[in-house]
Every structure is written in structure tokens, then in C-alpha cells.
Design a binder for this molecule. Sequence first.
Ligand code: ATP
Ligand code: MG
Length: 564
Amino acid sequence: MADKEILEEASEEVVSKNFIEQIIDKDLEEGVYETVHTRFPPEPNGYLHIGHAKSILLNYGLAEKYNGLFNMRFDDTNPTKEKVEFVNSQLEDIKWLGAKWDDRLFYASDYFPQMYEAAIKLIKKGKAYVSDLSADEIREYRGTFDEPGKKDPYSDRSIEENLTLFNEMKEGKYEDGSKVLRARIDMASPNMNMRDPVIYRVAHMTHHRTGDTWCIYPMYDFAHPIEDAIEGITHSICTLEFEDHRPLYNWVVTELEYPHPPKQIEFAKLYLKNVVTGKRYIKKLVEDGIADGWDDPRLVSISALRRRGYTPESIKMFCKLAGVSKSQAVADMAMLEYCIREDLKLKRPRMMAVLDPIKLVIDNYEEGKTEMLSVANNLENEALGEREVPFSRELYIEREDFMEEPPKKYFRLFPGNEVRLMNAYFVKCTSFEKDENGNITVVHCTYDPETKSGSGFTGRKVKGTIHWVNAPTAKKVEVRLFENIIDEEKGVYNEEDGSINVNPDSKKIVTAFVEPALAEAKAYESFQFVRNGFYCVDYKDSKEGAPVFNRIVSLKSSFVLPKA
Ligand code: ATP
Ligand code: MG
């Protein structure tokens, strides 16, 4: 079976019926819901990363699969860390991944009036009260896992008094932290989240959308179920850390008497081994100047992956392979790399680039002559056509493709040995030159005109094929060779102080010689550099006629696709 088929089969196997789809099937069968309606609700407090991609593709994918609806919603109820910059970057990333929301773009902050009304409703039902306890006191009164909480001394206020005080909170009569609204649930609940959680707080802050309209803001656990219910979400998918919050989610939608309340379902977050994923930690790498911005190609924010040359298809393939489950697992970066190789293999042209050049002179080739060779852009995909590549007496080859004293099984160039110059002729090494330090500077050879590629020559065989670039027309370009920004030997976090173990050699910059055609490459275009890897034109640092290339991934793979 071809690799591609194995991959498709494996991914089908993984996604055929994940546990969320099983829940949805049952809900539809039993008539709990008539349709499927999902959402992706990021907080606009940073750039999205590969973990969010998984959540986006899961939520969007389910809506698509069940012919339902998908909402894009900003969960912007906490003005402290939220910014318009992040709203815009997140929208760009989600669009790039292929999730479509059409006119279904919502902001939780638009629901502040309904949330306020919901709080009033709870107060009127005797299910919420205003408390003057400080944040520290509330923590103290909450108790511990072994001890029940203590009754809030303000919990006996009358409904009338609570309504007055809550209104005054809204009118700006109280300072930050001086009063909160708490849900009246159960101070003895074994679930700490149910011990009269705070649902509204006073915060005199300017919100990026509502400005100074509000000086009270709802807490996440109160706001989120209301947002879902208002939008008619059926399956509210979130990650495992919210499992213990589910009873509170259900309490909110039940007490507020929504007719078709949404259902919260938790799945395990995506983690990558030796990779920094959390927004907070990526932010730290950026702020500490270890990474050059949120889209540094060594990061796994979506904007960084895009800049590096990853495609939406490769990320989709990766998320499918990683699967959806309830139990925490750690995926391997090698799997993501496998996916981008698979995606680009047939799609992109294979070009010649020499990253660590030495001169090769063909002594018996006519001086001043340039031949144009016809070269297939991708031997495995004829549709990509052909291009003309110049060839002459002086070329560049990779330094590692010549050895003065080769070890056994070295089939590339060494004195007396013959190899094929890819897409061109057989050449035989005759001599070489060194500088005063003993470094090889020039390799000399002779070519055999009978052996031209495509001429059908069968006279003799050679064991090695090396690539090259025509020296007089070669373009000098900057190439960035990336490694993991984390020191893989040590792991992400330093055990002693929790700091991040940084790999000091994660970005190597070289000057390469490439085929002239590559000089015209445009931002985000990617190529295979034969015998080496996949490279993408950096959108930020490239200039017209002077592309800068980011190595997406080398051709060598350590990843083995699990058998379905
Ligand atoms: P981070 O810890 O990176 O800040 P977050 O969960 O705080 O992530 P939100 O903006 O609140 O970020 O998340 C939006 C959605 O993305 C949530 O439903 C969240 O559960 C999901 N999500 C976040 N990180 C991951 C991850 N690593 N894997 C899968 N889903 C994730
Ligand atoms: Mg968060």
C-alpha cells in the first residue's frame, strides 16, 4: 500500500467515531437536540497555537459533519488581558485553518445586558446574594477538600437588599473588590466549584469593546454557559480542566431555565513533547526575547507555523492522527513533521540549492558555454511540468559531497570516483585544491558527454547522484535552519526554578546558492530542496528578488505511522 493510502486509512480509523461523535449520535437519536451547533470560544488574550487548532478543527469539523452550525465567538468577558490585536490575529488564524463562520461571529461582551438580567433572575429566585467578603476571606470561608466551607455572613440578606446592592454595584457605587455577587449553591459540596461561587465582581476597567459602560463583569463559569445558551449551542466542547466545573455549568443553565440547555463535553488538550504550547508560556518566550515575536518560526503558534511553511492541510492531518480522547496523551513533533512532508511531497517543485558550497570545475567542458537542461519539477507529479536549468563549466556542490579520503560505502565524489550530477552528466573527480588552512576550495573533474540525463545512456552505472547549482547564474540567498527552541535533552521546564530550558543553537543562518528560478519565489511559497528538506519563503524578511528561506523540515524522518 502506498504511504498516502495507509495515512488515509489510519486517519479514517482514528476519526471514524470518537467519543464526542458517539454522544452526538445518541443525542440526535433520542431527540435531545435536533441539530448540532458548536462554537470556538477563544479569549482574545494572546495568539492561537496548535492546541487551539485542534479545538477549532474539532468544533468546526463536527458542525460540518452533522450539517449543523458553527459559531465563532470571542470570550471577551475579562478586560484585563484582552486586546483588539489578538481579536484580529485570532480571526486571521482561524480563517487560514479553513473554519468558516460567515455571519456567525459573536462577542460574549455583547451579552453583558443579558448576563446582568440573568443575575437579577437568580437574585429574585433567592439563588444569588451580594457579599462584602474580600477575595481572601472568600477563599478562607470556602474550606478545603477535607473540610466543608463556612456560611457567608452576608448570605442572609433579603432579596430586596440584594437587588439594591447589585444595582448599586452596577452604578459604580463600590470599589473594586469590595462587593461580589455569589451563587447560592452548597457550601458543603464536595466540589469546591459549587461552594457559592462568585459570579459577578466589581472592576472599574475599560473594556476593548464596551468601553466604560460596565464596571461589573461576570466570572467565566457564569458567563460561559449563558453565552452558549443564548446562541443555541448544543454541544459545548472544552478541555478536561473544566470537568469539575460541569456541575456549575449545568446549575447555571438549569436555574436560568433555558428551554434547550447546551451540554458541556470535555476532551484532553493536545500537548507536544518538548514543545511550548500554552499561550502563557509562548508569551514568556516572546517577552524574554528568546523568540523573535509571536510568529517566530520556531514556535507553534498558528501564525508561526504558517510563517514556517506549514499548511492548513498538514495541521488537519496531524489533528486527525492525534485523535480526540478523554485521556491525556502527548503527541510527537515528528508526527507533525511527517504530515507536512506528506502534504508537500507531491505538491511542490523540487529544486536544487547548495547550502554549504564548494566549487566544482569540469575541466573538459567548453569555457564560456551555457547549456539549458530540461528538468522535471517533480518526478512523482508530472502536472508540475518542467523548467530550464542552466549548466556550465563551473558549478557549486555541497561540501559534504566530496571527500579527500572517503570511508567505506561513500558513493559521492572522491579522487578517481564517478558520480551523476543530478539532471545532467556523469563526472569523474580528477583532483582538488586546498587553501593554506587545509580546507578544500575547488574540486576538479571531467564529464562524459554521452551520459546526459534523459539520453538513454546505459553504458555503465554509478552509485552516487549529487545535486549542484550553476556557478555563474547562482543566486545567493539567506537560509534559516531551525531546530527545536527547547533543549530536548533537558525537557521544557527546568526542574529547579521552572524556567524554560532553551536550546542556544535553534536558529542557524547560512548563505546558500540556489537555482536562478528561486530568486523570484514569493512569500509563503514552498519548495523541496532536493536531498535536503522543505523550505518556505519568509514573508517578513524577504524582499523582491531576494527571498529568505525558512527550513520547514528536513527530508529525514524518524516518525513511523502507527498501523491502523
Ligand atoms: P492556553 O492555556 O494556551 O491559554 P486556553 O484554554 O486558556 O489556552 P482559550 O482562549 O481559553 O485558551 O481557549 C479557547 C479554546 O481552545 C478552549 O475551548 C480551550 O479548551 C481550547 N484549547 C486551548 N488549548 C488547547 C489545547 N492544548 N488542546 C486542545 N484545545 C485547547
Ligand atoms: Mg486562557
